[in-house]
Design a protein around this ligand. Structure first.
Ligand code: GDP
Ligand code: MG
Length: 185
């Protein structure tokens, strides 16, 4: 944490996106960052890092959103990718039941290094109502089993609930770090 001369907070948090390939991780981050896209670094691990500035009532937060581009066969890399994360988003595709169940593969790898950080479960492609397979109750069972702090359904295509995902996670991170009184603008 850095406090500037004006006593303003300048917080930086690393947020990791993980989940099966094709569930919509890159799409959600692109939707969230529209007009705010600053950098897109392809690392050797196959992760892209995006930066988003968020105004707070007492300063600002810089979110580094790490989009794990790696295929499932590279999931053993997720623990090094998750190092230093302040929060995480596990994303699945509401039209793909396996992508929800595969939390079994991803979650332990992430939790190895980022224990006790706020994690949110996100069901994507909410706009594909006709193809929807995962029921809300199925997702809530996974949420409770793996102790996610919230479950949100969204669509990067329509934009529905996309901002909410990141705002909710940031609020939970702020609260976990002792800044529960800080508000987003
Ligand atoms: P990633 O591999 O998890 O990064 O997934 P992508 O973001 O590359 O998305 C995989 C495919 O799903 C692409 O064809 C996207 O256009 C599509 N997609 C992503 N999000 C949505 C969504 O909210 N609605 C619909 N209909 N398609 C989506
Ligand atoms: Mg991607």
């Amino acid at each position: 944490m850095i406090v500037t001369e004006q006593n303003e907070l300048n917080l930086t948090y690393k947020i990791c996106l993980f989940g099966d390939s094709g569930v919509g991780k890159t799409s959600i981050v692109n939707r969230y960052l529209t007009n705010n896209f600053l950098t897109n670094i392809k690392s050797t691990l196959g992760a892209a890092i995006y930066i988003k500035y968020v105004e707070l009532d007492k300063g600002k937060a810089t979110l580094q959103v790490w989009d794990f581009g790696g295929e499932e066969k590279f999931k053993f890399l997720i623990s090094s990718y998750a190092q230093g994360a302040s929060g995480g988003i596990f994303m699945f595709d509401l039209t793909n039941y396996d992508s929800l169940i595969n939390v079994i593969n991803w979650h332990p790898e992430f939790s190895k290094v980022a224990r006790r950080v706020p994690l949110i479960l996100v069901g994507g492609k909410l706009d594909l109502e006709q193809q929807r397979i995962c029921r809300r109750e199925d997702a809530l069972d996974i949420k409770n089993l793996y102790e996610f702090q919230n479950y949100i359904e969204c669509s990067s295509k329509t934009g529905e609930n996309v901002d909410l995902v990141f705002k909710d996670l940031l609020m939970k991170i702020l609260s976990a770090q002792g800044y529960a009184q800080i508000k987003l603008i």
